[in-house]
Design a protein around this ligand. Sequence first.
Ligand SMILES: O=C(O)c1ccc(O)c(O)c1
Ligand SMILES: [Mg+2]
Length: 637
Amino acid sequence: MRTSIATVCLSGTLDEKLRAAAHAGFDGVEIFEPDFLASPRSPEDIRGIAADLGLSLDLYQPFRDFEGVSPELHRANLRRAAAKFDLMTRFGIDTLLLCSNVATAKSGDDQLAASQLRDLGDLAAAHGVRVAYEALAWGRFVDGYEHAARLVRLADHDAIGICLDSFHILSKGHDPEAIETIPGDKVFFVQMADAPQLSLDVLSWSRHYRVFPGEGAFDLGRFLGHLLRTGYDGPISLEVFNDTFRQSDPEETAIDAMRSLVLLQEQGRDWLDRHGGLGSAGGALAARERLDLDVAPAAAPPVDFNYVEVRSDDLDALRTALAQLGFADRGVHRSKPVELWTQGAARLVLGPTGGVGSAPAVAGLGFGVVDQDAAAARALAFRAAPVAREQAVGEERLVGFRAPDGSEAFFGDAGDGEPHWIGEFGTAGAADGQVDEDAAGTGILRVDHVNLAQPWQHFDAAVLFYSTVVGLAATPSTEVAAPIGLVRSQVLRTADGGVRVALNLAPSGDTGGAILPQHLAFATDDALGVARAARARGLAPLPIPANYYDDLDARYELDPGLLASLRELNVLYDRDAAGEFLHFYTGAIGSVFFEVVERRGGYEGYGAGNAPVRLAAQYERRRAGSAADAAVVAGPR
Ligand SMILES: O=C(O)c1ccc(O)c(O)c1
Ligand SMILES: [Mg+2]
């Protein structure tokens, strides 16, 4: 499948955009007119640069407000179009994107619009170019692709075809199935964008929230499936608008964009496989070979967390908190400045930060997979950047990739029992790799979830990274009220919940995770027991206000003994139709904190209703100053 991207999707100068698109492996670009107008370069210059980079110039866009106008305006519009056709000839671009009229159309008469499009077709043909007509979701008279297709049919001109843009179609709730009724050779161009499900006017939604495929909520695999059945074999181009990529590095955005197209091709193939393939149309059958879908090799999703790596400048505070939670000190690594703490299958690797601007507190996530090579091959096909890992002779191989926030995702062996690499720890440590059974607890079983605060520029890219490179499934995003604003939150997980990663949108200006720390949640089947034992070892949990427990009582009519224990131990509670949830928190330790969770029955949530209480309690602590946090890690009381 030929890939393309509109220059509007990338930040920087036109030169930078072209370079980024080429480096990410795109076959071509759409030249977005404002990018050209702002460039000091001539069309011939740009044509030469694109050719040197191996990029085709697939489309010039947008041309606006043409059809359905008065005769005088029509004459002026044709003059305007002729100038653009001349320009396109200099660029060597053969297709102009025409948006449906949003401003100057005086009539919704299809015959008038079609005859004006036919005139435009004559003019385009005379210049050796063609026009792709696109229904904008907020068009004055034409706001749907089926209407646009009808006008193209009425215009009946070789140089007039349609541009299908997934956003305009799916944002209106239009069914993409009728795409199959459009002849493939009348589809002149295709633009793809995803978007989160919002109830917002389509113009604002389009201009501020479009994201790359896989980062939003649209079913684009189905869209692509219907499209391929027309026999279309032109480029699939990305066209997103939002407030984020404009402030991001174009090279990174372009990789993210390419990753989304690899995912889209897999989703399209899967949809076709489930829905009868390309159908019986002869031409369409050949299309699949011509399209040559670039699909990543399959790999099973991760099974569990192999380990979590936390970096901190206050390792003593982390050690104290982990010891209070019952973790065992397993000693230091034999060749790296890191140490291992474990309890059950929860494994934490602690190390110092690399200084200012280094990776976030949760610097690495190890995912247990059944086939490391397959997982790595899939990650590479999704254009993930491998992380070089120094490896001493005999040390277990771990394959790693850089996540958008600068942290690292590693694939290790899933399996029963401890990973082999554990043997690399303990040679120099006091604990000698052995668990001190007396000091350690046994209530914590494994990591339940990891909660990563994401810089706002990387949130969408992180959703795509964890769903493609790591292989988790994205669930719908939610918003949580906090004293510092609304916090967007989205969980990516495996079907059985063995791996859960929650992403939270860090408030802007939150450098170093001071406002929204990263956090690790450990699973237990006895939260009250773990809380009690931790308290005996000196842990002061995050204090929860009495008001909260009064409300719990009012809502749930809890057993008085249970309520008293929750209140006494600062354990929070939630319940839904499937089960119950008990959880408590430590205070923040630098830019990380810990949570212990107990899921009863089939409870699958995260106590979202309790998040405002937790966030307010943490806010309170922060305001009270570091003295309060110091108390969290003080010795036994
Ligand atoms: O928002 C717009 O104006 C606009 C312009 C060109 C497009 O292809 C599009 O989908 C939207
Ligand atoms: Mg478009």
